[in-house]
Design a protein around this ligand. Structure first.
Ligand code: FES
Length: 100
């Protein structure tokens, strides 16, 4: 799990079983950096008030009404390409795949 800034936007990248997931690196609760939280298997726990999310689906675990902001991602060679202008329910990318 890593937090980046791309063109001024906080981006969270997570590798789960060699699949890359991209989300805005901002907790839907109060915008804390999710990359400062902890990741256990596929559950990301925000460091601030401990909301939890499934990073593969983006769905809230606690509370279930919350949701991460997913970004489309694809891998080209050694590059991870994230469309920071699009938001929506996008899936992961693995080498040679596109998730849009
Ligand atoms: S800011 Fe993440 S749980 Fe409150």
């Amino acid at each position: 799990m890593v937090g980046l800034e791309i063109e001024g936007r906080p981006i969270l990248l997570v590798n789960i079983d060699s699949r890359i997931y991209a989300h805005l690196d901002a907790c839907p609760h109060q915008n804390s950096r999710l990359s400062e939280g902890t990741l256990t298997d596929r559950i990301l726990r925000c460091s601030r008030h401990h909301w939890e999310f499934d990073v593969c689906s983006g769905a809230g675990v606690n509370p279930q009404t919350a949701h991460l902001t997913a970004l489309p991602v694809r891998i080209e060679g050694d590059d991870i390409l994230v469309d920071i202008d699009a938001v929506g329910p996008f899936g992961p990318a693995a080498k040679g795949e596109q998730n849009q």
